[in-house]
Design a protein around this ligand. Structure first.
Ligand SMILES: Cc1cc2nc3c(=O)[nH]c(=O)nc-3n(C[C@H](O)[C@H](O)[C@H](O)COP(=O)(O)OP(=O)(O)OC[C@H]3O[C@@H](n4cnc5c(N)ncnc54)[C@H](O)[C@@H]3O)c2cc1C
Length: 617
């Protein structure tokens, strides 16, 4: 086995035997080191030893002995490397069984701790101390990587609490920027230049792309950039007139909720001059720049109208509507829906009297002109992010606004909300942060969000008490996991306070409970006590339908029913249908935060490339 400790500065210049046997080798005497220091120094040797043992039993194809290297309830999250799926195996029996099934074709080898990575170290994750190790290895398909977390078992032996394995690249099919051809030293004065070529490529005049991406927000841009780098011809279409309009057309005051250093797109990080919270129009303009800089094929003002799958030819037949109203048929082999978790506005069926309301009624996704409502009365139905932001914007423009709360809501201060991205502030390389983010299996995420939610409740105590005093009903998630799980399970149900909670507490934004409304009437909401809360405007901040409904709209019932719901967790703790094969061949989904789009676009692109190459079937 070729494993060498190259990642731990404390071990520089020492071979592995020295590292393993002499924790005090680097000049400290053992007495001089306190326990914490000694633990850190031995961490690399401990991790190294586990990886060596792991490789030995894997090489022997001994699934049973391999599973014994885990604690009894150990977890293994595999992202393509072994399973060509995104999957978590929980407990030794499941780990053993999956290894038995996958080892023969995976042929894992060359496990090592690379120099460029953060070295093995004791950290606390989800409240548990462990040695966290980032490692590289190889599979039959090419370079892979992963994260190991070791904890002592009952006998004090270090065993894997969590293991994550990811197929990072396909051997011989690395991203194009890594294998740039030698540039020509002569110029053909008669040939088309770069600009001509790009314009021609983008027309798809005489052929269709291999992959058609529906939706050109961050999800569409990320996957197209990745596929292009793998040499898979890809076209993005978006119904908006201009790249970035998915952000531009949102409400006026919007700025991002996550700090800038978490939000980069693949290959092209934001400049260091960008503000911590990027305003929507700035992000929109960056998207436009990104498309040009990466030479992505992007058709704006182009809408998917319908599509069907030809199982015999293994390709789609889709119809697109072009800006001039004409239609273009295409037959791509892969169709990726990047239409957003929030695509089709949802109006709950239980809103009594809604049709009787004679004022202006608008879904929050279409709400724009707050200034128009100055000095007038408005109701905002819904208390998630959109509900709060629209209410705050109306209030700022002089409207008399009242929020109607339907369901209990999680509220957290903006600063405290950043805690779920704490890894990105640990001072380790950005790629290591992304790898660690990929590595957490569901039960570990669940525990860690419970801890951060409990902390947030403490830190935000006075804010939360103020809201409760005003009658705002709070919720911390069905298992106290807070906003991140709400987002992953159902795409909403929470608010990061950027000021609206303070307006509610001070009474500048009114609050009524939906349960106290009898019905909507022509001039507002009639309460159960007979009083009418008057309004000329009603904004429905009531969320969006599942992406399965988007598929139903364009691809029909049979395909929508076949794939089932999109987003939210399956029984194995992975997001349903996201970034992995669906029950419908050739149909894929990507969505989510900028970080999710950046990280998982790599794996989605690799799967499509592997299928195109016939490496997997
Ligand atoms: C206030 C606020 C703050 C946020 N802050 C952050 C943050 O800090 N970090 C973060 O990561 N996320 C943040 N988000 C959330 C999230 O990133 C966005 O909702 C994001 O827009 C999702 O990107 P997407 O590409 O998946 O989908 P979308 O941006 O919704 O893009 C989908 C695209 O699909 C197109 N489309 C749909 N149907 C068709 C069709 N039939 N034909 C052609 N085109 C079609 C649409 O025109 C649209 O452009 C925030 C959201 C809000 C509201």
């Amino acid at each position: 086995m070729s494993a060498v400790i190259t990642g731990c500065p404390a071990y520089a210049g020492h071979d592995k035997i020295e590292c393993r046997d002499k924790p005090g080798h680097d000049g400290y005497s053992n007495e001089m080191m306190n326990i914490a220091e000694r633990k850190q120094v031995t961490a690399a040797a401990d991790a190294q030893r586990w990886l060596e043992d792991f490789e030995t039993v894997l090489s022997a194809q001994d699934a049973s002995a391999t599973s014994e290297l885990f604690i009894a309830d150990g977890l293994w999250r595999d992202v393509l490397a072994f399973t060509w799926n995104i999957q978590t195996m929980a407990g030794r029996a499941a780990i053993e069984s999956k290894l038995r099934e996958t080892l023969p074709h995976t042929k894992p080898s060359h496990f090592h701790i690379p120099a460029k990575r953060t070295p093995p170290r004791w950290v606390t994750r989800a409240g548990r101390e462990n040695i966290e190790t980032l490692f590289d290895f190889e599979t039959a398909f090419g370079p892979a990587n992963g994260v190991l977390r070791l904890v002592p078992d009952a006998q004090g032996r270090l065993r894997a609490w969590t293991l994550n394995t990811n197929q990072h690249e396909l051997k011989g099919h690395e991203e194009e920027f890594k294998r740039r051809p030698e540039p020509d030293s002569t110029r053909d004065f008669g040939a088309e230049n770069w600009s001509d070529r790009l314009a021609r490529t983008r027309t798809f005049a005489d052929h269709d792309p291999v992959v058609l991406v529906i939706g050109g927000g961050q999800a569409g841009l990320s996957i197209a950039a990745r596929l292009q780098q793998l040499g898979v011809e890809t076209l993005i279409v978006d119904r908006h007139k201009r790249v970035g309009d998915n952000w531009r057309t949102r409400y006026h005051s919007l700025t991002l909720h996550n700090e800038v250093h978490v939000n980069h797109l693949p290959y092209l990080p934001f400049p260091p001059t960008f503000p911590v919270y990027i305003p929507k129009d700035k992000l929109a303009n960056w998207f436009e720049f990104y498309v040009e800089a990466l030479e992505l094929n992007y058709w704006a003002a182009t809408e998917l109208i319908k599509g069907s799958y030809d199982a015999k030819r293994k390709e789609w037949s889709v119809t697109l509507r072009r800006p001039d109203g004409s239609e273009r048929s295409m037959r791509p082999r892969h169709l990726i829906f990047a239409t957003g978790v929030s695509s089709i506005p949802y109006t709950p069926p239980d809103i009594s009297g809604l049709a009787d309301f004679s004022g202006t009624r608008v879904h929050s996704g279409d709400f724009k002109d707050a200034a128009h409502w100055k000095g007038r009365k408005a109701l905002v139905l819904g208390s998630g992010t959109s509900g709060h932001d629209v209410a705050q914007e109306l209030q700022a423009h002089g409207a008399d606004v009242t929020m109607i709360q339907r369901s209990k809501t999680y509220v957290v201060s903006l600063k405290e909300a950043q805690s779920v991205y704490a890894i990105y502030s640990e001072g380790i390389p950005f790629d290591d942060c992304d790898l660690l983010t990929t590595s957490f299996p569901y039960p570990v995420l669940q525990r860690s969000y419970q801890i951060s939610t409990a902390r947030g409740r403490e830190v935000d105590k006075s804010l939360l008490q103020g809201l409760e005093k005003r009658g705002f009903r709070l919720h911390f998630g069905e298992d106290d996991t807070g906003f991140q799980m709400m987002y992953l399970r159902r795409g909403g149900g929470y608010y990061f306070n950027v000021g609206c909670s303070d307006l509610i507490i001070s009474g500048k934004v009114g609050l009524i409970q939906f349960a106290n409304i009898d019905r909507f009437v022509a001039n507002g909401a009639r309460m159960r006590d007979g009083r009418v809360v008057p309004a000329e405007l009603l904004v429905l901040a009531t969320g969006y339908k599942n992406q399965q409904d988007t598929v139903r709209l364009y691809l029909g019932d049979a395909i929508a029913d076949r794939i089932g719901p999109v987003w939210g967790f399956d029984d194995g703790g992975e997001l349903r249908n996201m970034w992995r094969r669906t029950a419908q061949p050739g149909l894929w989904f990507t969505a989510g935060s900028l970080a999710q789009c950046r990280i998982f676009s790599r794996y989605l692109a690799i799967q499509i490339k592997a299928l195109e190459l016939g490496l997997v079937s």
